[in-house]
Design a protein around this ligand. Structure first.
Ligand SMILES: Nc1ncnc2c1ncn2[C@@H]1O[C@H](COP(=O)(O)OP(=O)(O)OP(=O)(O)O)[C@@H](O)[C@H]1O
Length: 290
């Protein structure tokens, strides 16, 4: 099982793009994504057209296409492995990264009638737990949900008067957010309630690029404890699943942002650049180790 997997997804045109007769510049074949640079001032196809290979390339541009990648398919490829990891005692993380309006919240959360990765992963966890309970394993599931808005951490499961929680470093457990609400959940309905409550508190706003644009990074964390017997000895396994819906990078001239929206956009871009640097550094370190 690869430790990191990268998937890209193309969404359908939105109304604005249809009205503008926008040109589709993405092609997908298997796990390869091709991008056409129609602004390149050359006829040289090797310059105009570039292909990149990912673990998965999801074609969700038109539902009628036989290659259409549904929420179910994305869950099947990416979500089932997360559930598998959690039951094996590993930590797992999925995050959605991309330009504003590109479909991150749709992929992570989806809609009631077309659910995304987060509700599907939660549902599968509880289904599998009820199977395992029959074999004597007991489980405890806790969730927390936070957003990082303009570099401040806010609890999405309970509004605090002071809406800026502190991030601290625990000597053995690593980073944590002091005072963050954790809810003990015992069934899927309960976890769904937490998700809905958190989504309702999340900071969103309308921009020219997206009517419901997330203005914050959101992290939904599931702490999953399994207790049972291993070779007759009582044992406990703890795993954490972090499901992250990042705010999208944006250009002020495209979003039409001014005032508060512009300031939000600046914070979003700055934090995404920093995240990119962190990921590059980690990748460098892991290459050096090999
Ligand atoms: N695969 C898809 N199929 C159908 N509709 C989609 C798909 N992906 C995105 N959409 C629609 O596109 C719009 C923008 O998507 P979404 O809000 O998920 O973008 P986002 O990347 O989270 O944006 P932001 O960074 O601004 O929050 C929404 O109306 C969403 O329903």
């Amino acid at each position: 099982m690869a430790s990191v997997k990268v998937a890209v997804r193309v969404r359908p045109f939105n109304e604005r793009e249809r009205e503008n007769d926008s040109q589709l510049i993405i092609q997908m074949r298997g796990n390869t994504t091709g991008i056409l640079n129609c602004k390149a001032n050359t006829r040289d196809e090797s310059i105009r057209y570039k292909e990149f290979t990912f673990d998965y390339s999801y074609w969700s541009h038109d539902e009628d296409s036989e290659n259409y990648a549904s929420q179910e398919m994305v869950y099947h490829d990416l979500g089932t492995e997360v559930v598998e990891c959690a039951f094996e005692g590993y930590n797992a993380c999925v995050f959605a990264y991309g330009q504003t309006g590109s479909g991150k919240t749709f992929t992570m959360m989806g809609h009631q009638e077309n659910q995304g990765l987060i509700p599907r992963i939660c549902k599968a966890l509880f289904d599998r737990m009820s199977e395992n309970s029959k074999r004597g394993t007991t489980h405890k599931v806790q969730v927390s949900y936070l957003e990082i808005y303009q570099e401040r951490v806010a609890d999405l499961l309970q509004r605090h008067d002071n809406n800026s929680l502190k991030v601290r470093q625990h000597p053995t457990k690593g980073p944590y957010v002091e005072g963050l609400t954790t809810c003990l959940v015992t069934n899927y309905g309960h976890i769904q309630n937490c998700i809905d409550r958190g989504n309702a508190l999340r900071t969103t706003a309308s921009t020219n690029m997206n009517d419901v644009s997330s203005r914050s990074h959101a992290i939904f964390t599931i702490t999953f404890v399994q207790a049972g017997y291993c070779d007759g000895v009582p044992s406990e396994t703890v795993s954490k699943i972090h499901l992250v819906d990042l705010a999208g990078s944006e250009r002020a001239d495209s979003t039409g942002a001014t005032g508060k929206r512009l300031k939000e956009g600046a914070y979003i871009n700055k934090s995404l650049v920093t995240l990119g640097s962190v990921i590059s550094k980690l990748a460098e370190l892991s290459t050096e180790k090999k």
